[in-house]
Design a binder for this molecule. Structure first.
Ligand code: PLP
Length: 348
C-alpha cells in the first residue's frame, strides 16, 4: 500500500514551513536568526528560545518506554490534534469519507465535521464488538480512515484483536486504533504490529494513566510515511517547551504511574462488584479501562441525585446502545467509597 497516494493532493504538493532551526541545525554561541528575546524570560527558567519542532529528546525517552523509534513517533497537542491532522492530511473535504463505530469517542465526529469530511457510522453490535460485514459494506473508494477505539469509550470493552487484524489486512486506508485506555487493559497494545501494517496508526495519550491531562500531550505511532506526512502538516512548534520539559520529568516517574494503574484496576474491579450488587443497578458492563459503564433503573434521577451530593458522573443514557447508562470514572478508594455510600442512600 502506498501511503503517499492516500494523502490529499494539496498536501502531496505542500512545501512545509521551514523554521530557523530547520535551516541551521548545528550548535552556535550567538543565535540571531529567530527574532527571539536574547536577554531571557521574566521567569526563573528561560523560555525565550523556540522549542525543538520535532521534540527529539522527548520522543527518545518515550521510545525507551514504548519501544518505538523516533521516526515512528508523532507528538500532538493532545491526541485530539493528531486526530485533526489525520483528517487534514488524508481526507479531501466534500469528497472523502471516514468510518466510525458508535457508541464511541466524540472527537472523531467533531473533527470530521470541522473538516467537512463525510462520516459513515457503523454501529457496534450489541456485544460492543465490530460489525465486520457492516463495515465492509460502508467502505468505498473514497473511504480514507476507520477509527477503532480499544478499549472503547464509553463502553469500556476491548475490541477483539483478530477483528481489528482483519480490517488492517483488508482495508486500503488508514486504520486508527485509539489506545487512550490501553494501560488499564488486559489486551496488548498494537505497537508490536507497526512493522507489519503500513496503514496502522496507534493513538495514545498522557491524559489518562499518566495523569497529565492539563499538559495536552498525545502520541501517534505509525510507519514512517504516515509520520512524515503528519510532521509536514503540523504547526511548526506544536508542543511547547514547558510541556516538553514537564513530560521529560514525568517520564522519570513511570513506577508511580504503574502503581496507580495497579490500584485503578483493582479499584475498578471492586467498584464493579459493589455496583452490581445494588438494586438500582441493572447491569455493569465489563471494563478494560479506568471507567465503568453501568445501566441503572433511572439514569437521569441517579445522575441528578449524585450532582446534588457533589458527585459528577457522565450521563450516557441517551446514547444508542448505552440506554439508561452512566459512565463512572474510577477514582481513589475514598472517592469510590463516597460514590457507593451515596448510591446506597439513594436506594433507601
Ligand atoms: C480521553 C481520550 C483521549 C485523549 O485525548 P487527549 O486529547 O490526548 O486528551 C483520546 N481518545 C479517547 C477515546 C479518549 O477517551
Amino acid at each position: 500500500m502506498d501511503i503517499n497516494k492516500l494523502q490529499r493532493e494539496n498536501i502531496k504538493n505542500l512545501r512545509p514551513y521551514s523554521t530557523a532551526r530547520d535551516e541551521y541545525k548545528g550548535q552556535a554561541s550567538v543565535y540571531l536568526d529567530a527574532n527571539e528575546n536574547s536577554f531571557g524570560s521574566p521567569l526563573e527558567k528561560n523560555y525565550n528560545r523556540y522549542p525543538d519542532p520535532l521534540q527529539l529528546d522527548l520522543k527518545d525517552e518515550i521510545g525507551k518506554i514504548k519501544g518505538v523509534p523516533i521516526e515512528n513517533t508523532f507528538l500532538g497537542n493532545g491526541s485530539d490534534e493528531a486526530i485533526d491532522l489525520l483528517y487534514r492530511a488524508f481526507c479531501e473535504p466534500g469528497k472523502d469519507n471516514v468510518i466510525v463505530l458508535p457508541p464511541t469517542y466524540g472527537m472523531y465526529e467533531v473533527s470530521a465535521n470541522i473538516n467537512n469530511v463525510e462520516l459513515r457510522k457503523v454501529s457496534l453490535l450489541p456485544s460492543f464488538q465490530l460489525d465486520l460485514e457492516g463495515i465492509a459494506e460502508a467502505i468505498d473508494e473514497h473511504t480514507k480512515m476507520i477509527f477503532i477505539c480499544s478499549p472503547n469509550n464509553p463502553t469500556g470493552n476491548s475490541i477483539i484483536r483478530t477483528d481489528i487484524e482483519t480490517i488492517l489486512a483488508n482495508f486500503e486506508g488508514l486504520v486508527v486504533i485509539d489506545e487512550a485506555y490501553i494501560n488499564f487493559s488486559k489486551q496488548r497494545t498494537f505497537i508490536q504490529e507497526l512493522t507489519e501494517y503500513p496503514n496502522l496508526v496507534i493513538l495514545q495519550t498522557f491524559s489518562k494513566a499518566w495523569g497529565l491531562a492539563a499538559l495536552r500531550l498525545g502520541m501517534a505511532f505509525a510507519a514512517r510515511p504516515v509520520i512524515d506526512i503528519l510532521n509536514k502538516v503540523k504547526p511548526p512548534y506544536n508542543i511547547n517547551q514547558a510541556t516538553q520539559d514537564i513530560a521529560l520529568e514525568a517520564l522519570k516517574n513511570v513506577e508511580q504511574v504503574n502503581e496507580w494503574i495497579r490500584i485503578t484496576v483493582s479499584e475498578r474491579d471492586r467498584l464493579s462488584k459493589s455496583l452490581a450488587e445494588m438494586d438500582l443497578v441493572k447491569k455493569v458492563y465489563p471494563s478494560d479501562a479506568n471507567f465503568i459503564l453501568a445501566e441503572v433503573t433511572d439514569a437521569e434521577g441517579v445522575y441528578n441525585y449524585l450532582v446534588e451530593q457533589g458527585i459528577i458522573v457522565r450521563d450516557r443514557s441517551k446514547v444508542t446502545l448505552c440506554e439508561g447508562c452512566l459512565r463512572i470514572t474510577v477514582g481513589t478508594s475514598t472517592e469510590n467509597e463516597t460514590l457507593l455510600n451515596n448510591l446506597k442512600s439513594y436506594q433507601a
